[in-house]
Write a protein that binds this ligand. Structure first.
Ligand SMILES: [Zn+2]
Ligand SMILES: [Zn+2]
Length: 440
């Protein structure tokens, strides 16, 4: 059929706006990223934690901050009973901290490291690269203020990108000060920006009173040229923030991680203190972040716990996979036909009668931890053989009427064409002896 004239059928139901389905063709990339993440997290002593996808709405208001874009307009908030408001988690740091406090984990050991992998939800304006359900994997190192710990988190992120073969990422870092020095800078910045109020975009004009720091990373050209001439927080950092920032930068150089100091880097969440960083990939255009993180020394006390310093990051999994696909496409190391795992054995049956025996054999093989598959479409011998070839299986097992009469099956080794006849019940053992690597 001519593809150009083929009419696309419109079905009744579609994935909700701002969501996508991750189809089987994409799972090789997703699993590689997840596995690289797990390996690096666990190598560095982080333990997995899974929190609910929804939380008490107040947790996010208290932690992320009332005057942030996320809390003001991007949360999926609803009530599940008359007196409670719940929100689909827009990020995973506050839920991890909530669990750390709720189970009093700090009582057994103050310093603990966690990692998570899972979906997050933000009601963003739908446009390219902005999903309403997106996935993050991230870490939280809770209970220490050592600047080397900030560097550890950055190094974990870079090793994940290296492990999946993502080339060309950049690390930007900045310090956004602490509760001592940030308010001073906020006042000065606000005064200076007010002088240029008319040049700011509408959103930034409203940010003047709510969240003046966000103006610094507005993508609007007018706002960009104004913030370019604004003072840098680096000139206003207190002594403690200055020495922290210096220690982070020196340690990054010592372990060979190049970075860009970006005085305008801020984060959209209120809870950050001192170090903030972003890892970007230029193939992604304007929204180029694949990882964002930093230190949040007041977050735990903000949500009612003791004063405990923490640092962590979240990797945007969709963005990372998109960047990886861009790199692979550029270097032509990528085919659209990325598939999941194929079975090693394909069972071919020739009639309804032999099919029953084939099915029993299929189950015996799978019970023996061998990856095997079978035809459910009642197709011809030839068509079944074609499928086996397409799947790239190592072995075909033929259950035909002649073999069945003798209680035998015929195994064909695809690579050599060699054929072996065996008793049905000997088949799993034969495969297990044959090739230990066939185990799924
Ligand atoms: Zn400070
Ligand atoms: Zn703006």
């Amino acid at each position: 059929m001519d593809v150009n004239t083929e009419k696309k059928v419109e079905y009744t139901f579609k994935a909700p706006r701002g969501t996508v389905d991750i189809l089987p063709t994409k799972w090789t990339l997703w699993r590689n990223l997840e596995e690289a993440g797990r390996q690096e997290f666990e190598l560095s002593g982080y333990y997995e934690i899974r929190t609910p996808v929804f939380e008490d709405t107040r947790l996010f208001i208290r932690s992320i901050g009332e005057a942030t874009d996320i809390v003001e307009k991007e949360m999926y908030t609803f009530s599940d009973s008359e007196d409670s408001s719940i929100t689909l988690r827009p990020e995973n740091t506050a839920p991890v901290m909530r669990a750390y406090l709720e189970y009093e984990l700090y009582k057994t050991k103050k310093f603990q490291k966690f990692y998570y992998i899972g979906p997050q939800f933000r009601k963003e304006r739908p446009q390219a690269g902005r999903l309403r359900q997106f996935h993050q994997m991230g870490i939280e190192a809770v209970g220490a203020t050592d600047p080397l710990l900030d560097v550890e988190t950055i190094s974990v992120a870079t090793r994940i990108f290296d492990r999946i073969g993502l080339k060309g990422y950049k690390i930007k870092i900045n310090s956004i000060g602490c509760e001592q020095c940030r308010p001073v800078f906020r006042t000065i910045l606000k005064e200076k920006l007010c002088d240029h109020k008319n040049g700011l975009c509408e959103l930034c004009q409203s940010r003047l009173n709510r969240n003046v720091f966000r103006i610094l990373d507005c993508k609007n050209e007018g706002c960009k040229s104004i913030s370019h001439h604004m003072p840098s927080i680096n000139d206003y950092l207190c002594e403690s923030c200055q020495s922290h920032a210096k220690a982070v930068r020196e340690a990054l150089l010592e372990i060979g991680i190049p970075y860009i100091a970006d005085a305008h880097l801020v984060r959209g969440l209120d809870y950050y203190t001192k170090t903030v960083y972003e890892i970007t990939h230029s193939s992604l255009g304007a929204r180029d972040a694949i990882c964002a993180g930093g230190r949040y020394d007041n977050l735990i006390s903000d949500i009612g716990g003791p004063s405990i310093g923490s640092v962590g990051f979240a990797i945007g999994m969709e963005a990372t996979i998109l960047a990886l696909e861009n790199v692979m496409a550029k270097h032509k190391t990528f085919s659209q036909e990325v598939c999941g795992p194929s079975p090693s054995i394909y069972i071919i049956s020739i009639s309804e009668e032999t099919k029953k025996h084939g099915f029993c054999l299929l189950n015996l093989l799978r019970k023996a931890n061998l990856s095997a598959d079978f035809d459910y479409e009642g197709r011809s011998l030839k068509a079944q053989m074609r499928t086996a070839n397409k799947l790239g299986v190592k072995y075909v097992v033929v259950v035909g009427p002649d073999e069945l009469a003798r209680g035998d099956v015929k195994i064909k080794v695809m690579e050599t064409g060699e054929e072996v006849v065996l008793k049905q019940n000997e088949v799993p053992r034969w495969f297990l002896n044959k090739d230990a690597s066939m185990k799924s």
